[in-house]
Design a protein around this ligand. Structure first.
Ligand SMILES: O=P(O)(O)OC[C@H]1O[C@H](O)[C@H](O)[C@@H](O)[C@@H]1O
Length: 549
């Protein structure tokens, strides 16, 4: 038994969960008219109704006891204080320093990183202003109209999804196009529409070694040169964001055109760094800063609010409750707001790359479930497809519903319908529909009893399916920053409980290495025998199909 599962707090939770097996939320709501009022929380512009969860005060108390037993406070302070909590890479984890608007220094290896953080923010602000005012000119004297933002993983999802979520704030002077996949269709489709004289390429790669990003940038460079630009003109049309300044300059990016970041910022936590440059270019610096300010508010809340009133802590513990004590394999995110439709994909990387781990910090195999599968998409669309499985599938899928109370271009009927579907789904999941109700509905339909019973069984919905409902006034940059930071800290809380290193990603790294080896095989630069039989066969078929005719 691991240290975690042998904790008395863990065993208490096991017993509480077993004792609740037959309890139904429907009955709890009937028994306690104040349940919703008691089970709500509000912080940083985000309101949470968590009353539709399979918890009572007893279960919640035990979850907070577990957090204390796992020394969550100490772990949180260690992160904010710059300790090397990414123990397999020997790095501090300080995305919070990127949005630190307090006067406090943040020390890494005895040095305050805040002056460098602020200088980079100033560089982003100034560059954004030059591009927006038209002062930054291309080699033929034209202003920039199009930005091609190249990056993948954390160097793509954050900038793209935040830009999309804040669409109503988009500036009109430039249009930002995001390219991630190495599939040449993508970069080709983007570049063919553009005039190279009015295009600026922002290449974002923390490591500056990611195959997809390097290749897409090389293709953009080739396109630029073929269109009439020269090697010398590249400085006016290509900038890079990277922590590997040496590799970026060797690649041909002028040193002045490199926006720095640091190895204490994880890729999936990097949108707050210069990786967010495309956000600033798409929305204006003040809106980018608004995101940082919202995240800073959430950091302060996470650091100072008591556990019981702490949004990320509560959400993290509820996630542990379902994952470990109800065998929930996945968690679904349901933003009822078109512009926020990318959030599930964003949190998917954040959560699954962070807590998709099978050994503890000490390297022992875990004997409990860790990170769940994160998925979802915008409501109401999913109601007409995958919600079926959430309602009547055989497992438990906890859901986070999200809804802005006001939207841009508000049409009251549309917005009321959106809200009613959001609330209606959460209600349906919670209360379900009993066999007796379904049986009664079938009265007078000319069915014999056996058929009525059979049909009623199909129509019965168990209910008791947990959900949170998160609401905010409107999705401003600040609210979005707070929302994203809330999920970051939620993932952190779960990583602490499960005793994981939430900040490395060795599985992904292996994929990068093998991808390059197979490329050598495809290009005829590696021994066939160095691959397993299946991979050899796949390479051979690919080579045959692409052999010169
Ligand atoms: O920014 P880069 O170094 O190019 O890395 C891009 C991505 O690469 C890997 O796939 C990592 O797992 C991601 O976390 C990272 O965001």
């Amino acid at each position: 038994m691991s240290t975690l599962t042998s904790l008395p707090q863990w065993q208490a939770l096991n017993q509480i969960a077993a004792s609740m097996k037959d309890a139904h939320m429907r009955d709890w709501f009937k028994a306690d008219p104040k349940r919703a009022e008691k089970m709500q929380l509000e912080a940083c512009g985000i309101f949470l109704d968590y009353s539709k969860n399979r918890v009572n005060e007893h279960a919640l108390g035990a979850l907070f006891d577990l957090a204390r037993a796992c020394k969550l406070d100490d772990a949180r302070d260690a992160m904010f204080n710059g300790e090397q909590i990414n123990s397999t890479e020997g790095r501090a984890v300080l995305h919070t320093a990127l949005r630190n608007f307090s006067d406090s220094p943040v020390m890494v290896d005895g040095e305050d990183v805040m002056p460098e953080v602020r200088a980079t923010l100033d560089k982003i602000r100034d560059f954004t202003a030059l591009v927006h005012s038209g002062e930054h000119k291309g080699y033929t004297g034209k202003s920039v109209k199009h930005i091609v933002a190249i990056g993948i993983g954390g160097s793509f999802l954050g900038p793209k999804i935040m830009t999309e979520a804040l669409k109503p704030h988009t500036v009109e002077t430039v249009k930002v196009h995001f390219v991630a996949n190495v599939d040449g269709c993508h970069i080709h489709d983007v570049l063919t529409k553009l005039d190279h004289e009015e295009t600026l390429v922002v290449m974002s790669s923390k490591s500056f070694t990611t195959q997809e990003t390097l290749q897409n940038t090389l293709s953009a460079k080739a396109w630029f040169l073929k269109s009439g630009g020269t090697q010398e003109d590249i400085a006016k049309h290509f900038v890079a964001v990277s922590s590997n300044v040496k590799a970026a300059t060797e690649f041909g990016i002028a040193e002045d055109n490199i926006f720095p970041m640091w190895d204490w910022v994880g890729g999936r936590y990097s949108l707050w760094s210069a990786i967010g440059l495309p956000i600033s270019l798409a929305l204006g610096f003040e809106n980018f800063k608004g995101l940082l300010e919202g995240a800073f508010d959430m950091d302060t809340h996470f650091k100072t609010a008591p556990l019981e009133q702490n949004l990320p802590v509560l959400l993290g513990l509820l996630g542990v409750w379902y994952r470990n004590f109800f065998d929930a394999q996945s968690q679904v995110l349901l933003p009822y707001y078109h512009y926020l439709r990318g959030l599930p994909a964003y949190v998917q990387q954040l959560d699954m790359e962070s807590n998709g781990k099978q050994v503890t910090q000490g390297g022992e195999a875990v004997d409990y479930a860790t990170g769940p599968i994160i998925w979802g998409s915008e409501g109401t669309n999913g109601q007409h497809s995958f919600h079926q499985l959430i309602h009547q599938g055989s497992g438990v899928i906890p859901a986070d519903f999200m809804l802005p109370l006001n939207v841009p271009n508000q049409d009251d009927t549309h917005h009321a319908m959106l809200a009613s579907n959001c609330f209606g789904q959460a209600q349906a999941l919670m209360q379900g529909k009993t066999f007796d109700e379904c049986y009664a509905d079938l009265e007078g339909k000319g069915l014999d009893e056996a058929e009525r019973t059979r049909l009623a069984a199909h129509k019965t919905m168990p209910g008791n399916k947990p959900s949170n409902t998160l609401m905010f006034d409107s999705l401003t940059p600040k609210t979005l920053g707070a929302l994203v930071a809330m999920y970051e800290h939620k993932v952190f809380v779960q990583g602490v409980i499960w005793n994981l290193n939430s900040f490395d990603q060795w599985g992904v790294e292996l994929g990068k290495v093998l991808g390059n080896q197979v490329l050598a095989g495809i290009q005829g630069n590696a021994e066939e025998e160095s691959f397993d039989a299946s991979t050899q066969q796949l390479i051979a078929r690919f080579r045959a199909a692409n052999a010169p005719k």
